[in-house]
Design a protein. Structure first.
Lengths: 257, 355
């Protein structure tokens, strides 16, 4: 029996991997073809700025993409038994809309960066004929142009403010979503985040007081003349040293890898 | 019709070669399995909640210097310093006869969200320092802080100056508000209280921010360049080790993260002399031990301007700064620096630190 073909389309990893490269190569070919176009109106190709997709992916995973504005009546008052849920849902919707607005501005800002980088690259190519450069050099030159333009933009106050707004809106969304989870947990008689937090604080307070007590007992001589043999709360040596080459285990696997 | 010298034709040929190279890279990667990192032999000598203190096994005759305690940043994993046998800052120190300890902050989770910088610096770090001092029956040791861990080490050394025989800071931010500091510019408008109100800050979010510092290089160019490796297994393994490390970012405990952003990035309290930890002022002027401050000239995370001011704010008479022609990470794993930097550290210690 022959081994499975790692490049088969049935292998999602290799298919995605190769497609990403082919797409990238295609976009670059398109872009370099446009550099060869002497028309002043030549626009950069439809290659998305690299910053956008990870941000979109990040907030989608928070659930911000899951709200359909059509399901809600804007400005409708919260009424009846479920009014608390309605209020939370309305706030989530409002934040989702705010995020979409800012994200559109962000996309526009990034498109402008791509456009400026494209123009800069074109200017450089006009100054130095492309024939003198290998494709790899052209690609590196493009990255230099793009990073140079991006660096200037990213240091501007406008960029920093927009980025912060995206971050602040998604943080507020997370807080509201947490309230909803809290309500649901109470209904299902599950431990809520608030209860767990409360327990964490109590455990921490206990540990701190045990450490303080242990430190105090270590300072004062014991009646038998030796320091107390048991020291609760002290850091402990593990019974067996950890194996050298094995790093401590991650508590959870991250989906994105 | 295109000729052989037509750049567009070349580009097409190159794209075809790229696809072939992509297959070679993929073929090699599929047979590679997981890569090993942090392979130098070490023992866990102290366990305190999620914190582990490791002591590395000696690789050479003792240089008879004070033990070195490495305090790494909380935002990344410390195995960068021992990535692989031929790219290991720690291994080089061991080969010089140093006794090396490493503080591993672990992976904070929801149980750690209320731990502030007090707990990390005046709690965990202090207990690790005290453990090493007791273990060696000495009064002071060498503290080596890396990046954020360097800032934490500075705070510690200012709070407990007599426990520090020498302090080495590597790519450590001290002045958080210099014009080149992009992270700081972005942090100014972020509502960090709101960010941390719903718990720890995810490692994914931090990675997103880091990638955003140089998105074209970090999300595109480095993968395109991978094709140039033509399926070279050794090079691909090196790449994968680094890739593993880059995205292995622990979540950040909410309170400590909030305090770090607010107090350091936004208010620049450390160099303004306004920082208080565990109810005590953190005065850099208290720091009288010799200090070696290493920074990287191409550092995009901690620009040199953020590290250089240290000398002007500490009380130490014996202060030396060292500029390395590298980036934030290249300092430890770069072709030349991976040996020259640990050698410089050892020489500097040997000149000062006979125990």
């Amino acid at each position: 029996m022959s081994a499975p073909d790692p490049f088969s389309s049935a292998n999602p990893f290799s298919a995605g991997f190769l497609k990403a490269w082919v797409d990238q190569a295609g976009a670059l070919q398109d872009m370099f073809a446009r550099f060869a176009d002497q028309s002043a109106a030549a626009m950069p190709p439809s290659m998305p700025p690299p910053l956008l997709a990870p941000w979109k992916d990040f907030v989608d995973r928070m659930g911000m993409g899951g709200f359909d504005p059509a399901q809600f009546l804007p400005g409708a008052p919260a009424l009846g038994l479920t009014r608390e849920y309605q209020e939370t849902a309305a706030r989530l919707l409002e934040l989702s809309k705010q995020f979409q607005q800012r994200y559109a501005e962000f996309a526009q800002q990034n498109a402008a960066i791509m456009q400026d980088a494209f123009q800069l690259m074109k200017k450089r190519l006009d100054a130095a004929p492309p024939a003198a450069k290998s494709p790899a050099e052209l690609y590196d030159a493009w990255i230099d142009c793009a990073e140079g333009v991006y660096y200037q933009a990213a240091h501007s106050d406008a960029f920093a403010r927009l980025l912060a707004e995206l971050c602040n809106i998604s943080s507020a969304f997370k807080v509201e979503r947490g309230k909803l989870s809290e309500q649901i947990a109470r209904h299902l008689d599950l431990p809520s985040r608030g209860e767990v937090d409360s327990l964490h604080r109590q455990v921490r307070a206990l540990k701190d007081s045990m450490r303080a007590a242990a430190a105090a007992s270590a300072r004062s001589p014991s009646p038998t003349g030796s320091a107390g043999s048991t020291k609760p709360g002290r850091p402990t040596r593990p019974a067996k040293p950890a194996k050298a080459s094995k790093p401590s285990r991650k508590p959870r696997k991250r989906g994105k890898k | 019709m295109s000729t052989a010298t037509d750049p567009l034709a070349e580009m097409l040929q190159s794209a075809a070669a790229m696809q072939e190279s992509g297959r070679a890279v993929l073929r090699t990667m599929l047979g590679m399995g997981d890569v090993e990192v942090g392979t130098s032999a070490k023992q866990c000598v102290l366990s305190d909640d999620k914190i582990r203190l490791f002591r590395y096994s000696a690789l050479a005759r003792s240089a008879n210097l004070k033990p070195v305690l490495i305090c790494y940043a909380m935002v990344n994993r410390p195995y960068l310093l021992d990535l692989q046998p031929d790219r290991s800052f720690i291994r080089e120190l061991l080969l010089s006869g140093l006794d090396v300890y490493l503080l591993d902050w672990g992976y904070p989770d929801g149980a750690d969200r209320f731990l502030g910088l007090d707990a990390y610096i005046d709690g965990y770090l202090r207990r690790c320092v005290e453990f090493v001092l007791k273990e060696h029956a000495i009064d002071s040791l060498t503290l080596l802080g890396v990046c954020q861990g360097g800032t934490m080490s500075l705070c510690y050394a200012a709070l407990y100056p007599t426990q520090i025989a020498q302090l080495i800071t590597m790519v450590t931010p001290v002045d958080f508000k210099t014009p080149e500091n992009l992270l700081s510019k972005w942090a100014q408008h972020i509502d960090v209280e709101l960010l941390t109100r719903s718990g720890n800050v995810s490692g994914d979010f931090l990675n997103l921010v880091y990638l955003s510092l140089m998105p074209f290089r970090l999300t595109q160019q480095k993968y395109v360049n991978l094709l140039q490796l033509q399926g070279d297994r050794v090079q691909l393994e090196n790449f994968m080790r680094m890739e593993k490390w880059i995205f292995d970012s622990p979540d950040q405990p909410a309170t400590a993260f909030r305090e770090f952003i607010q107090w350091f990035f936004k208010e620049n309290r450390l160099i303004r002399g306004e920082l208080t930890l565990a109810g005590r002022p953190v005065r850099l002027k208290n720091l009288a031990a010799p200090v070696l401050n290493i920074f990287a000239s191409k550092d995009h995370l901690v620009p040199p301007s953020a590290s250089i001011p240290l000398g002007a704010h500490i009380g130490a008479q014996d202060y030396q700064s060292m500029e390395v022609d590298a980036g934030h990470i290249g300092l430890y794993v770069g072709g030349k620096t991976r040996k020259s930097v640990p050698a410089a550290v050892t020489s500097w210690l040997q000149a000062r630190c006979k125990s």
